[in-house]
Design a protein around this ligand. Structure first.
Ligand code: CA
Length: 233
């Protein structure tokens, strides 16, 4: 039998840990729990879990520090941050902690499990492809280099404008997850920007023109009718 994948839960609210443990075990994952940041970091380093769910407000060491130290140690374990407030989102994104995703409390366990699966699958593909390079995202023939801010399709560089790049980076970081136009607008343009969902549609179409072989039948950036868009790896 295949070895179970193990998720480390670092969270100080016992009721949330209980909900997470229950849902993850139901899905066939093993879990480990840490109730403060110090223990969380120690387990993350010693036990090498397959994925870490990380709360931010923790005693002894906060989640920001845990994530930073983990990355400083060269660990590329996928990290999903659990935030208490919507308002923390921007702060987290701005810090570029090396987290892979975040989810806001209260969350739907099924949504969280879907994201965990997507991240484990992506991480597995990256490992198989010869190592995990946190500076690169590659899905199919699309390669994005974060530091250099360059994108290649089938080895050929594609020139993207700022928002096209941000949108592609976001979709590539969250493969197989469907995002509504509203969510994409909020995540890429922010609340203050002038624009609306039509802005998202325009940019999705431009991205397709640039990265798809047949933009009218997209292979990667797919429309999910009535729901939004997703990047299909
Ligand atoms: Ca907490």
């Amino acid at each position: 039998m295949e070895k179970k994948q193990r998720v480390l839960i670092v969270e100080d609210e016992k009721n949330i840990v209980d909900i997470l443990r229950f849902n993850l075990r139901k899905e066939g994952y093993d879990t480990q729990e840490a109730y403060d940041g110090e223990v969380g970091l120690a387990l993350a380093l010693q036990e090498a879990p397959d994925l870490i769910l990380l709360d931010l407000m923790l005693s002894k060491m906060n989640g920001f520090e845990v994530c930073k130290r983990l990355r400083d140690q060269g660990r590329s374990t996928p990290v999903i941050i659990i935030t208490a407030r919507e308002a923390e989102k921007d702060k987290i994104l701005g810090l570029d902690l090396g987290a892979d995703d975040y989810i806001t409390k209260p969350f739907s366990p099924s949504v969280l499990v879907a994201r965990i699966k997507a991240h484990l699958a992506q991480y597995g593909r990256l490992k198989q492809a010869g190592g995990v390079d946190r500076n690169q995202l590659q899905l199919g023939s699309v390669l994005l280099q974060k530091d250099a801010r360059r994108v290649f399709v089938d080895g050929a560089e594609v020139a993207l404008k700022n928002k096209e790049y941000a949108l592609l980076r976001f979709l590539l970081s969250n493969p197989d997850i469907v995002f509504s136009e509203e969510t994409l607008y909020e995540r890429i343009w922010g609340y203050d920007a002038m624009g609306d969902n039509a802005t998202v549609v325009v940019h999705i179409n431009r991205l397709r023109e640039k990265i798809e072989k047949d933009p009218s039948h997209p292979r990667y950036i797919q429309t999910v009718w009535g729901a939004g868009y997703r990047f299909k790896p």
